[in-house]
Write a protein that binds this ligand. Structure first.
Ligand code: FES
Length: 107
């Protein structure tokens, strides 16, 4: 099991390696919006992951859905990011209140 710590609130949860951050957040009772139920289309499940974190690599769908600046700042889609080692994740305030921004891919 690996420990995922969510900020704000320092909520911790132990999950199996390979669990998505969206699933981990739900188990930690952390508010991480999801209108598409993990299908990488709503972009509401944004989290900030440290650069050295051992999580799954950035997926092509994330490159299409997230602005370049956000990716450079460590933003990932929680539904597409799987954890393999202990990680600390920040849920940005706008994840709960900001409407999704589409990037270049209309699919
Ligand atoms: S839950 Fe919709 S993009 Fe992740």
């Amino acid at each position: 099991m690996v420990t995922v710590t969510f900020f704000p609130g320092r909520k911790q949860v132990k999950v199996r390696p390979g669990t998505t951050l969206l699933e981990a957040a739900r188990r930690a009772r952390m508010v991480l919006p999801s209108r598409c139920n993990g299908n990488a289309s709503c972009t509401r499940c944004r989290v900030i992951v440290p650069p050295a974190a051992e999580v799954s690599p950035l997926r092509e769908v994330e490159r299409r859905r997230l602005p370049e600046g956000a990716i450079a700042a460590g933003v990932r889609l929680g539904c597409q990011t799987r954890v393999y080692k202990a990680v600390t994740v920040t849920v940005p305030a706008q994840s709960a209140g900001e409407r999704p921004q589409r990037t270049s891919d209309p699919s």
